[in-house]
Write a protein that binds this ligand. Structure first.
Ligand code: PLP
Length: 427
């Protein structure tokens, strides 16, 4: 245990009531080793980033080599091979209509950039009245003020409401195994969106495609995204995919846009981008968007940038991570393994409902007397029980979800399902 007089103010933590943090001295594959000798299985890829497992030798090697070559350089007026190569390589994996890559450092800033691009696109194009965004109930897009504004139905930000800009929030047609209402939910959402779009003052629609992460791994069907993309085209508004969490194999395809066969105008990527090694993000855009900024008029440029934009170390690890994904596409098989163990250990369990899987992610709700959602009191209880058993699983309220690194073996995956079953039985 770390000293409780640590000066560190921790993220997403009520410091008064939280247990002291665990001190990690080593990571290897799916395992975290603590200073007291315990080994913990990382079932959530350390906040959804560690796609190849911890301390991957190929990524470590890349990092070492790049650090000896060039560690950082100003990205305005200068460029370097790792960024150029990563940008080109990323574009080979997304719909061909996406042709431009803007670097920043984390998911929130990738989203801020997307919002600013979309807003200024209309402004530069002489339609400044197109200034509103449509976002989804439960959507989470990061913790900066702009990202919070489009994620304002998150349960955390009551105090900030007056600071956030207005958006139009529509229902997200979350579904699960055996859901008979799914089509009705989808048409309700689409009707609302169409009604709003008819007002003609929207810049864009922002969605976490296929899976809303922080809202509790709420999943929608590819069909919904297809209908949404159709509506966006019909009304000429920009479709923005926040694939910060769904990118790099999480949905079973490399990107949710590929899995759903849809082509958004903007894509935000971050969490798995550097293989979970360093903070890095990109915002991808179409030529049409880029063209709206391309001008002899200096005021039409996108005035956004961060000091560490396009950091060479982060870009180099991103390249290696993409190569690993291509060489070992384990993420493609995980849905089947999840399905097998979900059926074997958890399906029909009296304490569970809304079982669902998408690619490498499985999720379910624990039935409790409290209301569903992030502040459900079961979360800390379950988290402590899992930890005691040697598993890092952090329920989002009463939602248990699994999102392991892709290098997990089937036996290891089965052990997670077995422990969930055991802990639910004892509740
Ligand atoms: C985590 C997340 C973000 C924010 O990314 P940070 O790197 O934490 O700023 C944005 N959008 C989605 C969908 C996320 O899951």
């Amino acid at each position: 245990m770390l000293n409780s007089d640590s000066p560190i103010w921790r993220p997403y933590t009520q410091m008064k009531t939280a247990a002291p943090p665990l001190n990690v001295i080593k990571g290897e594959g799916i395992w975290l080793e603590l200073d007291d000798g315990r080994r913990i299985m990382d079932c959530i890829s350390s906040w959804w980033v560690t796609i190849h497992g911890h301390a991957h030798p190929a990524i470590a090697q890349t990092l070492y080599r790049q650090a000896q070559q060039l560690e950082q350089v100003i990205f305005a007026g200068f460029t370097h091979e790792p960024a150029e190569q990563l940008a080109r390589k990323l574009l080979t994996h997304v719909p061909a209509s996406l042709t431009r890559v803007f670097f920043s450092d984390n998911g929130s800033t990738a989203v801020e950039v997307a919002l600013k691009m979309a807003y200024q696109y209309w402004h530069n194009g002489g339609e400044p009245q197109r200034s509103r965004f449509i976002s989804f109930e439960g959507g989470y897009h990061g913790d900066t003020i702009g990202a919070m504004s489009i994620g304002k139905s998150s349960p955390w930000w009551q105090a900030f409401q007056p600071l956030l800009f207005e958006t139009d929030v529509v229902p997200f047609p979350a579904t699960f195994d055996g859901d008979e209402q799914v089509e009705a939910k989808e048409s309700e959402a689409l009707d609302k969106i169409e009604f709003l779009l008819n007002q003609g003052h929207h810049a864009g629609i922002v969605i976490e495609p296929l899976i809303q992460g922080a809202a509790g791994m709420r999943m929608c069907r590819p069909q919904f995204l297809q209908a949404l993309a159709q509506l966006a085209r019909q009304f000429g508004v920009l479709l923005i995919y926040d694939e910060v969490m769904t990118g790099f194999g999480r949905t079973g395809s490399l990107f949710a846009c590929l899995k759903s066969a849809t082509a958004p105008d903007i894509i935000c990527l971050s969490k798995g981008l550097s293989g979970g090694c360093l903070p890095l993000s990109v915002t991808l855009a179409t030529d049409a968007i880029y063209e709206a900024f391309y001008s002899n008029d200096a005021t039409k440029a996108l005035y956004h940038g961060h000091t560490y934009t396009g950091n060479p170390l982060a870009c180099a690890t991103g390249l290696t991570s993409l190569e690993l994904l291509q060489q070992q596409p384990h993420f493609q098989d995980m849905e089947n393994h999840h399905r097998r163990y979900l059926v074997q250990y958890l399906q029909g369990h009296p304490k569970l409902e809304h079982l669902r899987i998408c690619g490498t992610i499985a999720a379910m709700e624990v039935k409790t007397d409290g209301t569903d959602g992030y502040f459900n009191a079961i979360a800390p209880i379950l988290k402590a029980k899992f930890l005691e058993a040697g598993f890092l699983i952090r329920p989002l309220g009463n939602t248990i979800y699994l999102m392991p690194p892709y290098c997990i073996t089937t036996d290891e995956l089965e052990s997670i399902y077995r422990v969930i079953r055991q802990i639910l039985d004892e509740l």
